[in-house]
Design a protein around this ligand. Structure first.
Ligand SMILES: [Zn+2]
Length: 115
């Protein structure tokens, strides 16, 4: 298996021209077509209101959603005593990355040592 097919493969960063653009994908809850965030407002430092519009002209629904920081997967290097975000509970699956040039282990290989 090549590293490019593995779920643990390194991902190429987006082009500079696309950085900063939202990659958030919204789906209309009514017609299940694509929707886009038209605007957002900060409610608290960890909660934002999103105003969303369905892209299906036959539907035309608009709605308000909320996006909230639930927990941190890794701590910030910057201290901010005004913000208290819990760390992820133990056992939350994390994405892992291999060092450059290293391939993912073959999932068909039988482990030699039980842990
Ligand atoms: Zn719709």
């Amino acid at each position: 298996m090549s590293a490019s097919n593995a779920s643990t493969a390194l991902q190429k960063p987006p082009p500079i021209s696309e950085r900063g653009k939202s990659t958030l994908r919204e789906i209309c809850p009514i017609c299940h077509d694509r929707a886009r965030v038209r605007s957002s407002t900060m409610v608290t430092p960890t909660v934002r209101d999103l105003h969303i519009q369905c892209m299906n002209v036959d539907c035309g629904a608009t709605w308000k959603s909320q996006m909230q920081v639930v927990y941190l997967l890794s701590p910030s290097a910057i201290e901010n005593p005004d913000i208290d975000i819990p760390m992820a509970p133990a056992g939350v699956p994390r994405k892992t990355y291999l060092p450059p040039g290293e391939e993912a282990p073959d999932p068909r290989q039988i482990p030699m040592f039980e842990t």
